[in-house]
Design a protein around this ligand. Structure first.
Ligand code: NAP
Ligand code: MG
Length: 494
């Protein structure tokens, strides 16, 4: 049976190509759906534009809109296990991770419900015989375009603030992982989001994603994905004078100083690169270790990496599931071949795991390279897989220069016991997030985004809701007499 898509609240088969969501652990089909067509896109956006006004969603009192978002959050919690299992099938992540992603989606709706309910509009200091205030209006219809690596969490991060601010939203999930966005649309409907306010339109990015971005009624695009796609969307946005947020790629440096707590550093570095099988924009994929401890640290790291449990995503014990697809595994393998060509030495991994469990899935072993200079392609390009490159460093100045020598600036990590050094280095690193003695921790209350080719704009944080509004200034005349310029009272204002 073909799954339905959601066109402005109507559940039906899309007019586009058929697509199967594959379970990457064994290649079986989880669901098939008829994706959206360009006609579906146009219809969803036009109906959404009418729905913002006709349903009163855009002008609903904030505490009432917040109530709907709280209900979405609660429904996600009620259905958490089923959602986590579906997500595991949709992209092959281990169940422990998909449970965490589902919980974070619930937290995100709860957080933006609170942000919506407590958002204050300001009275600005008056500079004349008038009262000045600044209010926030919804933009209208906005779009979310998301990648396959963290579905439900990525979609929630865009849907929650967009809905909280009173907009309608068109969601275009990654082709590889359409199912969780569709489930979210069902929960929105059940929670009382009016019909037409949410659409989920799975389909190819270059056709459906592009048509959504270019549509004149789309007033903002929140994008997470690769830098090349992000740059294309920025060009389209420039033509339309449309605001965008672009959460793009990374090649994040993690730095281990010789005074670090090595137990913490080893486990943090492993988690930073190998959780999510390295399919994470914030993966700590470039490791810099101070030369005095380099060999000893690498020996410990390599031994621990070789012990990581790669396997069945349904098992609670599994730390690394398969990569998202066979094609993506081939891309990762291509990078490992490149690393060897560029003179890198493999310390561990660099192959597919063997055994019956692994025969039909796109699994790959945790892989660590050394002996590569920071300017090689292997050290500069985002691999988006379980591949770490390790480099020794001597002093702080040289370390900062190398760490910042990247087109990306998404995140970084510092392991040291010296808090003054952590402060100095943290301030000098040109990245949107710096983790100190921890890594890959996430909080909805803390803004997130990149610098340089890692993107523009920030998501999350209380003020994240403002990204989905336009500010309006209002002046309320308080003068007793008419404005003097026209002089209508002939100088006699009494
Ligand atoms: P991608 O190819 O850029 O795809 C992301 C989304 O954009 C997908 O839904 C894709 O559709 C769509 N898309 C593709 N071309 C488009 C176009 N011309 N117009 C509009 N939409 C288009 O990225 P990916 O390879 O799937 O995902 C991995 C990338 O995402 C990595 O670079 C990673 O670092 C980045 N990422 C960043 C963050 C962050 O927060 N900074 C988080 C996660 C991932 P299809 O499904 O057809 O491809
Ligand atoms: Mg893609």
């Amino acid at each position: 049976m073909l799954e339905s898509i959601n066109v402005a609240g109507e559940w039906r088969q899309g007019g586009g190509d058929h697509y199967a969501s594959i379970y990457p652990a064994d290649g079986s089909v989880t669901a098939e759906l008829a994706q959206a067509s360009i006609d579906d896109v146009n219809e969803a956006i036009e109906r959404a534009d009418r729905a913002v006004h006709q349903t009163g969603w855009g002008s609903l009192k904030p505490h009432l809109r917040a109530g709907v978002l709280y209900r979405i959050s609660q429904l996600i919690r009620d259905r958490a296990e089923a959602l986590a299992q579906l997500q595991r099938r949709d992209n092959g992540k281990p169940i422990s991770e998909t449970r965490a992603l589902v919980a974070s989606a619930a937290d995100t709706f709860q957080f933006f419900a609170a942000a919506c309910e407590t958002l204050e509009e300001t009275i600005t200091p008056s500079r004349g015989d008038y009262l000045t205030m600044s209010v926030h209006d919804p933009l209208g219809v906005v779009a979310a375009i998301t990648p396959w690596n963290s579905p439900i969490a990525s979609e929630a991060q865009k849907m929650a603030p967009a809905l909280a601010a009173g907009n309608a939203i068109i969601v275009k999930p990654a082709q590889a992982t359409p199912l969780l966005a569709l489930e979210l649309a069902k929960l929105c409907e059940e929670a009382g989001v009016p019909r037409g306010i949410v659409s989920v339109l799975p389909g190819s990015g270059s056709i459906i994603g592009d048509a959504i971005t270019k549509h004149p009624l789309i007033k903002r695009v929140a994008f997470t994905g690769g830098t090349k796609t992000g740059r294309h969307i920025a060009h389209v946005a420039a033509d339309k004078l449309m605001p965008v947020s672009l959460e793009l790629g990374g090649k994040s440096p993690t730095i281990v100083f010789d005074d670090a707590d090595l137990d913490h550093a080893v486990s943090g570095v492993l988690y930073g690169i190998f959780s999510s099988s390295g399919e994470s924009c914030i993966a700590g994929s470039r490791l810099f270790v101070q030369r005095r401890i380099y060999r000893a640290f690498m020996d410990r790291l390599v031994a621990a990496a070789a012990q990581l449990r790669v396997g069945d995503p349904a098992s609670e014990q599994t730390q690394m599931g398969p990569l998202v697809s066979q094609a993506h595994r081939e891309t990762v393998e291509g990078y490992v071949a490149l690393g060897l060509e560029e003179g890198g030495r493999l310390l561990t991994g660099g192959k597919r795991p063997t055994g019956e469990l692994f025969d039909r899935g796109s699994f790959y072993t945790p892989t660590i390279f050394e002996g590569l200079a920071n300017d090689t392609r292997t050290c500069q390009e985002e691999i988006f897989g379980p591949v770490l490159v390790a480099l020794p460093f001597d002093d702080e100045a040289n370390l900062i220069a190398q760490a910042n020598d990247s087109v990306y600036g998404l995140a970084s990590g510092i392991w040291t016991r010296d808090y003054k050094k952590a402060w100095r280095v943290g301030r000098a690193l040109d990245t949107g997030t710096v983790w100190i003695n921890t890594y890959k921790q996430f909080s909805i209350s803390t803004p997130f985004g990149g610098t340089k080719d890692a993107g523009i704009g920030r998501e999350k944080g209380r003020l994240g809701i403002l990204e989905y509004t336009r500010q309006k200034s209002m002046y309320w005349g308080m003068n007793e007499a008419p404005l003097p310029w026209a002089d209508v009272t002939g100088g006699d204002a009494s």
